[in-house]
Design a protein around this ligand. Structure first.
Ligand code: ADP
Length: 171
């Protein structure tokens, strides 16, 4: 059975992520969307919320499983019997980071391969951090996230006038 892992922070899952997950799921018998609980970036959603959102949005795809994790991705791969890590590439700066991570993972485990799928043109500019920033500044992100993620963003929105930075107000 060909099992792959698509790891990330998914804070929140957006349409670029969903597209990569669906396309990867068509290449493998099973795709595990693995949500890293404690990434080194500031988070809007708790791990339970990120997992629940991804599960709800990806539930139509029967060979996708969503799970939280901590620790090394290669250790998760070993535990799950996965041979492949899937990553998405948007721009050249993604490549540098993905290349570095792929080589590091190669050092950590020679039995796990990394493959990168190119983003679709329409999602090339979409990142979770930009979605959150634009949303907080009052922008329309409905074309970039699933309606459930949009609802979660609305539920999390701070009262008007609180917590907006001057930079966000300029967007
Ligand atoms: P983000 O960069 O949106 O915060 P993550 O850190 O959760 O997302 O990234 C998980 C994986 O998804 C990474 O491989 C990242 O390059 C990929 N990814 C993120 N956004 C997109 C997108 N718009 N198109 C394709 N891949 C993406």
């Amino acid at each position: 059975m060909r099992v792959a892992i698509y790891p990330g922070s998914f804070d929140p899952i957006h349409n670029g992520h969903t597209d990569i997950a669906m396309r990867a799921a068509s290449l493998f018998d099973k795709l595990i969307v693995a949500i890293y609980a404690v990434p080194q970036k500031s988070l809007l959603f708790q791990i339970e919320e990120r997992v629940a959102l991804a599960r709800a949005i990806l539930e139509s795809c029967s060979n996708i499983e969503v799970m939280p994790y901590t620790g090394l991705t290669v250790d998760l791969a070993r535990r799950c019997g996965a041979q492949t890590l899937v990553r998405g590439l948007r721009v050249i700066s993604d490549f540098e980071r993905e290349y570095q991570m792929a080589l590091m993972n190669q050092q950590l485990s020679s039995s796990v391969e990394t493959i990168c799928l190119m983003t679709r043109y329409e999602y090339a500019f979409v990142s979770a951090s930009l979605v959150k920033e634009v949303f907080e500044a009052g922008g329309d992100v409905s074309g970039m996230v699933h309606p459930l993620a949009l609802r979660a963003l609305h539920a999390r929105r701070q009262p008007a006038g609180c917590g907006r930075s001057a930079a966000s107000d300029e967007l």
